[in-house]
Ligand binder design. Structure first.
Ligand SMILES: [Mg+2]
Length: 242
């Protein structure tokens, strides 16, 4: 990082694919949600998963797909349009129940509690901005062993819009008093990086633990293998630990 770059005093993390291993955690949940949406009809379930971006050959969800990037309501809308026998509200609620229950078994990409402790020791403000619900953030933090009251949490249902709109980042800046130029936005998808750019974040960091691929390289300011490398890549822009 250049010396002229402003210091970073806040980090806003995407959740899925960034703090949580996307494929290990979400593929089973997406299959379960599609099963609920299809009311057990295997042909319909397969069609809904395909629409979502699930590749039955590899068993993975591809980047830039609905299941990789959209919020629950957007997926529910697409699935109802494709024949899922539900109203959108009912389906979204049923899917959120599956996802929230599954967060208990979410697979973290690294020791998240340790990472957050180290960043807090530098005086940083930390937040999570996700296309998942606020309740799912709380469940994830409990699973990580991170005290939820210290984390600014923004879900698709928090009233700040959805990425790539910058609303969640604006909310984080308002809550912490930080200018966006002192905030790092970290995520695995173009939605995260674009939101960070639109908000004027001091740095956008791509991670390779999610669904994003080579498109991250040209979009993000920097790309790292996983969030455990964040301190190393931000280097002198982070305040020293107290
Ligand atoms: Mg993500």
């Amino acid at each position: 990082m250049a010396d002229a770059s402003p210091p970073i005093h806040g980090v806003l993390f995407d959740k899925d694919g960034t703090l949580i291993d996307f494929q290990a955690t979400w593929v089973p949940l997406n299959v379960q949600a599609a099963d609920v949406a299809a009311r057990g009809d295997p042909a319909l379930r397969a069609r809904l998963l395909e629409i979502g971006g699930y590749d039955g050959e590899t068993g993975r969800v591809t980047g830039a797909s609905l299941l990789a990037q959209a919020d629950t309501r957007e997926v529910a809308e697409a699935w109802v349009a494709a024949g899922a026998p539900f109203g959108v509200d009912d389906l979204a609620a049923a899917m959120d129940r599956v996802f929230q229950a599954g967060m208990h078994d979410a697979v973290p990409v690294t020791d998240i509690a340790g990472l957050f402790r180290r960043l807090w020791a530098r005086g940083l403000h930390l937040g999570i901005a996700t296309s998942d619900s606020e309740a799912a953030i709380a469940a994830s933090l409990a699973g990580f062993g991170v005290p939820a009251e210290r984390v600014n949490a923004y879900g698709y249902d928090s009233g700040h819009g959805s990425k790539p709109d910058p609303g969640m980042i604006h909310a984080f800046c308002a809550a912490t008093g930080l200018p966006a130029a002192q905030v790092a936005m970290v995520g695995d998808n173009l939605h995260d990086i674009h939101a960070g750019k639109r908000a004027g974040c001091g740095v956008t960091v791509g991670v390779r633990t999610g669904t994003g691929g080579a498109e991250l390289d040209s979009a993000a300011d920097v790309v790292i293998a996983h969030v455990g490398e964040l301190e190393a890549v931000l280097g002198d822009r982070l305040p020293a630990p107290e």
